[in-house]
Design a protein around this ligand. Structure first.
Ligand code: LLP
Length: 418
């Protein structure tokens, strides 16, 4: 058993739904990302089912995986979107996503991005500073539009996650302190082209406990109460994303428990609840498939040198993140401990340390839980074309992104005049 329902061994061979990963490698080459449509759909439906009866909107955080096919799948399931750039907005629109269900997060929105989003009539801007609010008001005024706004409040809560992805402490660059937010809401009349519609927070990513969500929720409810007592009409409460997944031995709350707790904590308010999940929708729905180019045995260590690298999956190098790595064919005899590394010229280029398995040169490995922040954080470092992306739907496979070519990579570059 792999522990991931749609990614399972049949006999000695690892499958995605009904397709052997070996066959995907033969047909499409490696490295490639492989996703399960069923896993994506089930994750989304777990959220929806858990919210049943509560006025809510799930805004998938596009940054986790922005492939148009995945956005389109979620759009068809009824999802809204959380975007952080004009580029992500364009993807959502192209994927058939509803701008009326789209919120725009991020600390540094440009005027051009604000214009795009105002033109598209998005649901809400999650504004992170007074300076941004002033700019948005100006941009909206020039366009003769009213910008719907939530202030992103920094609730000063410790998310107890990796410091690089913890965002809700007062020393982080994100959000506005609750007290400052209250006074900005009160000065609403100063902003002719802003309509305050919501209240927003997001405290971090890969949270494995409910506590910090609940603490942040409490603070948001207090602020909501203050604003309402001052006569402000707030339509929605956006509690951000952040629910963790199991990469190794973590035991994060289930989607059901997480949503049930949010609903229980906000039972007494009438506002619509928004959440912005990314990782918990896509993380365990995708893997990175890679082939062993060489095995290298030294007196100190054994290396499995594979054809995927830190440019394909940056999380191990950037956060020292753990991804389980499974052999696609599991019938070899000689068990050894390997350093799974890529071809990039840095010692930080690894996918896993001290992994024990029996493999031979040419074998395939599956890097698990790579559906979130895998492809979307990939780069062309070392002039490596980015991997292909494949979607499996039962016994069918679809290329949802062609492997990049080197010609595409260098097409927009030019030499200086002689
Ligand atoms: N909303 C906002 C405003 C965010 O900044 C994020 C993620 C999310 C929602 C979605 O959070 P999720 O449900 O995925 O935890 N690259 C890192 C994760 C960065 C998360 C950034 N913000 C990683 O690979 O772990």
């Amino acid at each position: 058993m792999s522990g991931f329902p749609e990614f399972n061994y049949r006999g000695n061979e690892l499958f995605v739904e009904s397709v052997p990963l070996r066959k995907i490698a033969e047909t499409f080459g490696t490295p490639c990302y492989v996703y399960s449509r069923s896993a994506l759909t089930k994750a989304y439906q777990k959220f929806e089912t858990a919210f049943a009866g509560r006025d809510h909107l799930i805004c998938y955080a596009v940054k986790a995986n922005s492939n148009i096919a995945i956005l389109n799948l979620f759009a068809q399931l009824g999802s809204g979107f959380d975007i952080v750039s004009g580029g992500e907005l364009q993807r959502v629109l192209q994927a058939g996503g509803d701008p009326g269900k789209t919120v725009f997060s991020g600390v540094g929105k440009s005027r051009a991005e604000m214009q795009l989003a105002l033109n598209a009539d998005i649901l809400c801007f999650n504004v992170e500073s007074e300076a941004e609010l002033i700019t948005l008001n100006e941009v909206a005024q020039a366009m003769g539009k009213i910008a719907p706004v939530s202030l992103r409040v920094n609730p000063d809560v410790d998310a107890k996650t990796h410091p690089y992805i913890s965002t809700g402490l007062k020393e982080n660059k994100f959000g506005i302190p609750a007290s400052a937010a209250a006074s900005i809401y009160q000065s609403a009349h100063q902003y002719s082209n802003i309509r305050f519609t919501g209240l927003d927070c997001h405290i971090g990513s890969q949270l494995t406990e409910l506590g910090p969500f609940m603490q942040a929720g409490e603070k948001m409810l207090q602020l909501l109460n203050t604003l309402q007592s001052q006569g402000l009409e707030i339509e929605h409460l956006d509690l951000g994303g952040g629910l963790g997944i199991r990469y190794a031995h973590e035991t994060p709350p289930t989607i059901e428990n997480y949503v049930a707790s949010l609903c229980a904590g906000t039972q007494h308010i009438k506002q619509r609840l928004l959440i912005e999940p990314g990782r918990s929708l896509v993380g365990n729905s995708g893997i990175l498939l890679t082939r062993i180019e060489y095995l290298k045995h030294t007196s100190a260590r054994n290396f499995a040198i594979v054809d995927a690298a830190m440019n394909d999956l940056m999380r191990p190098a950037l956060y020292d993140a753990y991804h389980e790595i499974l052999p696609v064919i599991n019938n070899r005899a000689e068990l050894r401990k390997y350093q799974v590394v890529g071809p990039v010229c840095e010692t930080g280029d690894f996918l896993g340390h001290d992994r024990e398995f029996a493999v031979e040169t040419g074998d395939l490995l599956s890097v698990m839980s790579a559906g979130a922040y895998g492809m979307s954080m990939s780069s062309n470092y070392n002039t490596r074309p980015r991997a292909a992306e494949i979607m499996v739907d039962q016994d069918k496979t679809y290329v949802i992104r062609q492997r990049e070519t080197i010609d595409q990579l260098i097409a927009s570059e030019q030499t200086l005049p002689q």
